[in-house]
Design a protein around this ligand. Structure first.
Ligand SMILES: Nc1nc2c(ncn2[C@@H]2O[C@H](COP(=O)(O)OP(=O)(O)O)[C@@H](O)[C@H]2O)c(=O)[nH]1
Ligand SMILES: *[C@@H]1O[C@H](CO)[C@@H](O)[C@H](O)[C@H]1NC(C)=O
Ligand SMILES: [Mg+2]
Length: 182
């Protein structure tokens, strides 16, 4: 539908013109790179940060900076996370909601991240990705599985999305524009 596409494009331009520093995290295979590509389109040209020592991608478009890396499996780089999360306007945590084998680790990683001093008060958006897959758990199950009700010290929201089908990507952009910590 043409009008729908235009609203999405209008939202995207509003998004890129908002001063935003966002960290996008999740386990490997959750859909981080796909999400970056989906919202950046042809502007997707990440720089890697060679001095960092772990695989972080950074994309800058307009007034938005998105920093992204895999959680899990690299505990010795945890101090780096502090550095790259400090002062961000929002944290986006993405889960593969169709892969139950990752749920426990995802919950542990998310909660240990939120304990970090640099994360204090930073709004959190949790995305249950791959809702185009029949087995994907619905949003209430994502909330339960990740223990999101236990998080009471900040703004938390959760959407069920599909990067592949572009389900709820508008809601993600709207949330980030409206709920960023300024
Ligand atoms: N079915 C489906 N597959 C997806 C979706 N998003 C990502 N994928 C696939 O999941 C795999 C991992 O995605 P990727 O973006 O590389 O995950 P990352 O490791 O978090 O960066 C790839 O094969 C993607 O094509 C989605 O919404 N639905
Ligand atoms: C959008 O997100 C809401 C809340 O997570 C969910 O109930 C709904 O099914 C999602 N819609 C689509 C099209 O994915
Ligand atoms: Mg990736």
């Amino acid at each position: 539908m043409e009008w729908f596409k235009n609203i999405y494009e209008w939202l995207l331009s509003l998004f890129w013109s908002t001063e935003l520093d966002i960290t996008l995290l999740g386990l490997q295979n959750a859909g981080k790179t796909s999400l970056l590509k989906a919202i950046c389109g042809s502007d997707f040209t990440p720089d890697s940060i060679p001095t960092v020592g772990f695989a972080m991608k950074r994309v800058k478009v307009g007034r938005v900076t998105l920093k992204c890396w895999d959680l899990g499996g690299q505990p010795r780089f945890r101090s780096m996370w502090e550095r790259y999360c400090r002062g961000v306007n929002a944290v986006v945590f993405i889960l593969d909601s169709a892969d139950p084998s990752t749920f426990d680790t995802a919950k542990t990683e998310l909660h240990s991240l939120l304990e970090k001093e640099s994360m204090e008060g930073i709004p959190l958006l949790v995305l249950g990705n791959k809702n185009d897959i029949a087995d994907a758990i619905p949003v209430d199950k994502v909330i339960q599985t990740l223990g999101l009700k236990e998080i009471t010290d900040r703004e938390v929201s959760c959407y069920s999305i599909s990067v592949k089908e572009a389900n709820n990507l508008s809601a993600v952009l709207k949330w980030l524009i409206a709920n960023r910590k300024t």
